[in-house]
Design a protein around this ligand. Structure first.
Ligand code: F6R
Length: 612
């Protein structure tokens, strides 16, 4: 997601900031900007790469020993120069960069507009910088106090850095839910979203904690206080990692980093949309189209690859929870087969990148036939997001590993929220059941954390099976798409042939493949038609197949017959695909690593498939 770099000290800030942004490029972004303080604040911003920003400032005067810099991954407002950070306050005295999402920005903005503020961008960040300035002037307080008061009014997540021409020796930073690291040099301070831009200058760092505000003054000791105004003693740590390790947050590959990011990415997908206190679900992006969706006789989902698997989970969810008929189509097939789409039909297009050519073409075709398009994309401002009438972003953050992991669970999370919203409007679920589901959803990120902590079990299983040539993945109901997704993960990164099937279909063909050399992964939680899945496992065991089963914690029945069991926590049947897909991602990852494959960039594959 977005990247923050800042510096205050006795060196020229610009080269440190640009280099720092380059070090954060791996996070993914769509625009970049920099503010340098030298008497007044000078700001430069460009859409696109940091190299473009570098070119843009080449012959400009960027002298100054304090500055802030940012790479933006759009959340509010499309990626363009206007929305790029830093953002100025009305008087141009403050410049601010921000990672995260201010959920109540619309209300805050309304108040500021009433007080005569005008906004040049569509961002929540410009609201925050003006809120700070408004408080500083009207309450006549120092800047750090104005920041503290403002942050107490903010709902959401943030990591911020602020430059002020009235306080040329000081940089202010704060965080809640979005990381920030302070690097301590000789009378100088570095600040960044992670330690990557800092490590070449100093190994002494302080990781800012949630709701802490740091006041970094050139040549002086720095101070930390909380948003509740309590002084804190900073805990200085020594960095042990080298640069290359840091870029991947200490993980060997982006894919593993992204697998482990899922508790956060799922939380971000739900943030501001799920409210267990009021018992409501709301998706701002589709609010104007809710009645159209409700009136639709059926919904068609179009997508490719992993996103198509998420769509399949969506079909089960929409039909089960919201009682709407759904068809899921491969976008590449849909676009060429003269599908029956009528005026007012609803088409949901799912895409991580938002650039997949087949999905885009399917949308254009459906639009021509009069359909309303609802996009479910990860990349803000992407072609599919722009081609849709309305939609909900997944907010998973940039996914760099080619094999989709956190984007899949975020897509399923958003589709679950959509199905729940429709159920809420239609009254198709009892209030008790609806509330139970909301509570279960809220508990999901914590359960995902638990699933991730399998203590080397998936690695052990991978070691056992890394040299096989075939794999079968079987599941039923909600877990059939999980079987398909598990098989896709394995084949695309380890190059082992793998197939996913509905477990009961096995006897109509694939059972012929089963012998002592065939590993079969069963997704067999104690839910739905569990006993029937147990029978399917027995059929495999009777033919000497080797069974790896994903089961509910405390399961005894499957444990007795399977060769390996991976336990996952109990949850509602509707939410099981999110939990069950995670051990399968890890299994595929370990197998691929052990086979010496290029996990993040598998052969022949691209992250964004912009060709047919
Ligand atoms: C598999 C994978 C692909 C994509 C597919 C669609 O791990 O990543 O199958 O899911 O190429 O891409 P998006 O979601 O960007 O439309």
């Amino acid at each position: 997601m977005c990247g923050i770099v800042a510096y205050i000290g006795y060196k020229q800030a610009q080269p440190i900031l640009i280099k720092g942004l380059q070090r954060l490029e791996y996070r993914g972004y769509d625009s970049a900007g920099i503010s340098i303080l030298n008497g007044s604040i000078k700001t430069f911003k460009t859409k696109g790469k940091v190299s473009e920003l570098e070119n843009h400032i080449k012959n400009k005067n960027t002298d100054g020993e304090a500055g802030i810099a940012h790479t933006r991954w759009a959340t509010h407002g499309v990626p363009n120069t206007k929305n790029a950070h830093p953002h100025f306050s009305k008087s141009k005295s403050l410049s601010l960069i921000h990672n995260g999402i201010i959920e109540n920005y619309a209300i805050l903005k309304e108040e500021l507009v009433k007080r005569g503020y005008q906004f040049k961008s569509d961002t929540d960040t410009e609201v925050l910088v003006n809120l700070i300035e408004d408080i500083r002037i009207n309450e006549n307080v120092l800047l750090d106090e104005a920041v503290r008061i403002a942050l107490n009014q903010v709902v959401g997540a943030y990591a911020i850095a602020i430059l002020s021409d009235e306080h040329p020796n000081t940089l202010i930073a704060a965080r809640k839910g979005s990381p920030l690291v302070i690097g301590i040099g000789e009378g100088e301070y570095f600040l960044a979203s992670d330690a990557t831009p800092i490590v070449e200058y100093t190994k002494n760092v302080v990781y800012l904690q949630d709701e802490e505000i740091a006041v970094l003054t050139r040549g002086e000791d720095f101070k930390i206080k909380t948003t509740n105004n309590k002084e804190k003693t900073p805990y200085v740590e020594e960095l042990e990692w080298n640069l290359s390790e840091l870029e991947k947050g200490g993980y060997e590959h982006f894919m593993m980093k992204e697998i482990y990011e899922q508790p956060r990415s799922i939380r971000d997908s739900m943030r501001g949309r799920l409210n267990t206190t009021t018992g409501t679900v709301s998706l701002g992006g589709i609010i104007d189209y809710e009645q159209t969706i409700l009136a639709a006789k059926r919904i068609t989902i179009v997508a490719c690859g992993t996103s198509w698997h998420a769509g399949l989970v969506g079909e089960y969810l929409f039909e089960d929870i919201a009682r709407v008929p759904v068809e899921v189509e491969y976008a590449s097939e849909f676009r060429y087969r003269n599908p029956i789409i009528e005026e007012g039909d609803v088409v949901i297009a799912i895409s991580q990148s938002g650039e997949t050519a087949d999905t885009l073409a399917a949308i254009e075709l459906a639009k021509k036939k009069g359909a309303i398009i609802i996009g479910v994309c990860n990349v803000v401002g992407s072609s599919i997001a722009r081609a849709s009438h309305a939609g909900s972003y997944t907010h998973a953050g940039p996914e760099i590993g080619v094999a989709s992991t956190k984007a899949f669970t975020a897509q399923v999370t958003v589709l679950t929220l959509m199905a729940l919203r429709l159920a809420q409007l239609k009254g198709s679920l009892s209030r008790t059941k609806f509330m139970q589901l909301l509570m279960e959803m809220e508990a999901l990120p914590t359960k995902v954390e638990k699933v991730l902590n399998t203590n080397g079990l998936t690695e052990k299983i991978a070691k056992k099976f890394k040299d096989v040539e075939n794999f079968l993945y079987l599941g039923r109901g909600y877990n059939f798409p999980v079987a398909l997704e598990g098989a896709l993960k394995l084949k695309e990164i380890s190059y082992i042939h793998a197939e996913g099937y509905p477990a009961a279909e096995m006897k109509h063909g694939p059972i012929a493949l089963i012998d002592e050399n065939m590993p079969v992964v069963f997704i067999a939680p104690r839910l739905g038609i569990y006993e029937k899945v147990v029978s399917n496992i027995q059929e495999v065991k009777a033919r000497k197949g080797r069974v790896i089963a994903i089961v509910t914690e405390g399961d005894t029945m499957v444990r007795e017959i399977a060769d390996y069991v991976i336990e996952i926590p109990e949850t509602a049947e509707y939410l099981m695909p999110i939990l069950a897909s995670i051990p399968l991602q890890k299994l595929a990852y370990h197998m691929a690593v052990m086979r010496g494959c290029n996990v993040d960039m598998p052969r022949n594959l691209a992250k964004s498939v912009t060709v047919e």
